[in-house]
Each structure stands twice: as C-alpha cells, then as structure tokens.
Design a protein around this ligand. Structure first.
Ligand code: HEM
Length: 437
C-alpha cells in the first residue's frame, strides 16, 4: 500500500510558505536530507510535493504527470503575467515556446556576442580604473545591461540604472510574503513591474532590434506562420529580463569568485584561452565551443552555487505513485533543483567546487535530470529557454577574462548571502582587476 510522502504541513493558512520564501535553497536542501527524494510541505493553501535527485526530478518533468497550468501561486503569476510561458501548458505552451527558442539558436547567438562583450568590457574598463572594490552592485547593473541589450535592443555603451533598480525590486518581491501594500516588498515589486512593462512596450513598439534577440523574436515564425504578437512579446520579455538579470548577475559573481579562490584552475583556464582565443576581441561561438575546460568550469559554477532553487510549480494531472508514495491528483509539485545539484549520490563531495568535474564526457554520462540548473526534459518542454545562451556566455567570459585580465582576490567571506533567487557572495565580490599587457 502506498502512503503519502513524508513532510510537515506547517501552520494553518500559510503552511510553510514563509520558511520557503525566506530561503528556498536551505529549506529544500535540508528537507531533502531529512526525508529523502520525495517529500511534501504546504505552501499557502497548497500541499506541494518536492522531487529531488534524477529519478524523482524526471518524474516531475514528465508532462504525463504534471501540468504547469494553474501551478504557480497567483502572486507569482501576477508578477510575471498569467499568460507567460512558465504558466502555460499543452499546445499553447509548445507553440509559444518554439517561437521563443528562435532567439537561442547557434547562428543568432553568435551574433549577440560582440554586443554582450561590449557591455562587459565597459564594466571591466571601469573596474581597472577603480582599483580594488566590491563589484556585486556593478554586476547587478551588468546583468541588467546585457539583458537590456539582448531583449530591448538598448545601446551597449550606456547603462539603464532605473531599469536595473526596478528588476532588483521585482526579484526581491518574488520571494517576499505576497501582500500587496505600498510599503511591502511585494507591493513595491508590483509597482516596479508596471514601470518595466511600460518600458518594454515602448522598446517593442519603437525598435526593430536588428542583431539582438528582440529583432529575432519579432521575425520568428512557426511552421504554420504563427508569430508572437506585440503583447505576447512584452509579456515574455519581462520574464526574459527577470531570468537573465538575476541569472547572469549570479553567474558572473560566482565566476569571479571561482577565479579568485582557485588560482590553479585560473592558470589552466588562461592557458586554454591563450591557445584558443585572440587577444582583445569578443570570442565567437566557434572559439567558445573549443574552450573545453571553460565549458566544464561553467557547468560546475551552475551546479555548485545557488542560482535557482526550484522549478516553477506544477499540478498533478491524476493520482500518481512513485517509490511507494501516493501523490494525489490536484496536489502541487516542483523539481528541487538545488537539492538535485547537491545530491551526493550523483556528485561526490557535492559542496566542493571542482572545475574539471563536469567535462563533456562526464556531463554526457550523467543520468537524465541529474544536472538541472535550468530545469530538465526537452527544450520545447519547460526547460529554461535561456540555457544555451548562458552556457555560451559563461565559458566565453571565463576565456575572454583570463586571456585579457588579471584578478587579485583579497580574503573575504564568499559564502552565499542566503534567500531569494541567486544570492550573491556575502563579501560582495571584492576584487582588483588589472589589464594584462
Ligand atoms: C538569458 C537568460 C535567460 C532566459 C531568457 C531564460 C528564460 C527562461 C524561460 C522562458 C523559462 C520558462 C520555460 C518554460 O516554462 O517553458 C525559464 C525557466 C527556467 N530557467 Fe531560465 N532563463 C535565463 C537564464 C536562466 C539562468 C541563468 C538560470 C539558472 C542558472 C535559469 C534557470 C531556469 C529555471 C530553473 C527554469 C524553470 C524550469 C522549470 O520550471 O522546469 N534561467 N527560463
């Protein structure tokens, strides 16, 4: 006889929502250690089952088992938009997702790299002039400016400070108690979202976006001539910005931390970059794909540091059973990303960063849904749309940076700050960067 998954349901009305929102990484990892791969909690009024480790994660990602429609809590849908792709399912999701994936083919991504590195170089030039400093705040602006260039065709030579601040407010609001009042984090996030929506509407209406993802998405056509309407574009771009801003900021912060804390790896990365990249110029896609160690080191950054805690939430389509546990139709579910990436049965010594752990052969040999920093399943399912771009930009940055710059990294607390989405190192990423002659 199967039984319900283990786990506590917390207080009436809110369940364990506040514990989850306060630090979803620690919450899901400690519960997985306590209960195993499948456990339940209650978030607001919903019984929610979390699935950790390759087998359970794959089970959650199977579209026969869970739908994303009506899965995520209303407050989150409200923030991004109830009609955004993470909240859709079935044919509507597939059609929309396939159009969005047009912005992440090899051919178009190769064209984004010069603009992306123009933004990055602007910050690097400043850091070289500034001398030793904590760059976490600048990295948040950098992450935003890259997203702004890609998805709103902004000028890579200038920063959009108001936009970056608004996204930081929105990010904080996503993992705050969902109470919409002028002084609460959630209320402020809703206001920031409205300003960003107005900005995106204007960019979509007035920019052709040639050479950027905005331009590609405007031109994208499905097999039956489907296209994204201006409204759909505005909705999806808000989510793209939200994901790219938080994700890129965290990725760059942890790359600099890794280079500072692992000088032997940094030397090997430099040797690889010296052999495979020209000095100065932005790496191309073909050059980046040849950086085998930089690609492995990037995967390990995505595995070893907390960037996204869990997938979006789904709803069980029918009564389900896994490993003797009964999951009732209508219960909520989510993939426990962080707990899966920190699973010691898949990744020996999981809390250690090992730059060469996830080389191409090791990565290819992993079980399905073992390496899930950006979700699992096929690309036209609910896997992250930006995965290919992140896994191009990160190694390109590792290579380009070590080829052209030196970094010194004073003693500091590099443990993650905790909470929310993509918490940055506590020490604020204090570095001194010099240009190599
Ligand atoms: C260019 C940057 C990015 C873009 C445009 C982007 C876009 C998206 C989109 C559109 C989805 C929803 C997919 C769907 O439901 O069909 C998604 C999901 C997701 N993304 Fe990203 N993303 C980006 C960066 C990142 C980064 C850096 C991470 C973490 C390392 C990340 C992690 C995830 C995760 C965990 C999901 C949820 C998967 C699920 O619910 O099953 N994304 N992303």
């Amino acid at each position: 006889m199967s039984q319900p998954p283990p786990g506590s349901l917390g207080a009436p009305f809110v369940g364990e929502a506040f514990k989850f929102l306060k630090d979803p990484f620690s919450f899901t990892l400690s519960r997985t250690k306590q209960h195993g791969a499948i456990w339940k909690t209650k978030i607001l009024s919903d019984v929610t089952v979390f699935f950790a480790g390759p087998k359970a994660f794959s089970f959650f990602m199977d579209p026969e088992n869970f739908t994303r429609e009506n899965g995520s809590p209303k407050f989150m849908q409200e923030l991004l938009h109830p009609d955004a792709v993470p909240f859709l399912d079935g044919d509507k999701h597939k059609t929309r997702k396939r159009l969005l994936l047009a912005a992440f083919t090899d051919q178009v991504m190769d064209g984004y790299l010069p603009g992306v590195f123009a933004v990055i170089k602007r910050f690097l030039d400043r850091w070289v002039t500034d001398g030793e400093k904590a760059v976490a705040g600048d990295l948040s602006q950098l992450g935003f400016d890259v997203a702004d260039y890609l998805f709103a065709a902004s000028d890579p030579a200038t920063s959009n400070v108001d936009g970056a601040n608004d996204f930081t407010i929105m990010n904080k609001g996503t993992f705050a108690p969902p109470i919409n009042l002028p002084f609460t984090a959630y209320g402020k996030a809703i206001k920031a979202r409205d300003r960003l929506r107005a900005y995106l509407k204007e960019q979509v209406a007035n920019k052709d976006g040639k050479g950027t993802a905005l331009g590609v998405l405007k031109e994208a056509r499905g097999p039956n001539g489907e296209s994204l309407t201006a409204r759909e574009l505005e909705i999806e771009l808000l989510h793209f910005f939200f994901a790219a801003h938080g994700g890129l900021t965290a990725a760059f912060a942890w790359i600099l931390t890794v280079l500072g804390e692992h000088p032997e790896l940094a030397a090997k990365l430099r040797a690889e970059a010296n052999a495979k990249l020209p000095a100065g110029a932005a790496p191309t896609l073909v050059q980046t794909r040849a950086l085998e160690l930089a690609r492995a080191a990037s995967r390990e950054v995505l595995r070893a540091y907390p960037i996204a805690p869990v997938t979006f939430i789904g709803v069980a389509k029918k009564d389900l059973e896994l490993d003797g546990y009964a999951i009732r139709a209508g219960w909520k579910g989510a993939g426990a990303i962080w707990a899966t990436l920190q699973d010691g049965t898949t990744f020996a010594d999981p809390t250690s960063y090992k730059g060469d752990r996830l080389g191409d052969a090791a990565h290819a040999g992993l079980p399905e849904s073992a390496f899930v920093p950006q979700g699992g399943g096929p690309p036209d399912g609910h896997r992250c749309a930006g995965e290919a771009l992140i896994q191009l930009v990160m190694p390109a940055f590792f290579g380009w940076f070590t080829r052209n710059y030196d970094l010194s990294y004073p003693q500091q607390d590099s443990s993650p700050g905790g909470g929310g989405l993509g918490p940055l190192p506590k020490g604020g990423v204090r570095v001194k960067i010099t240009k190599r002659s």
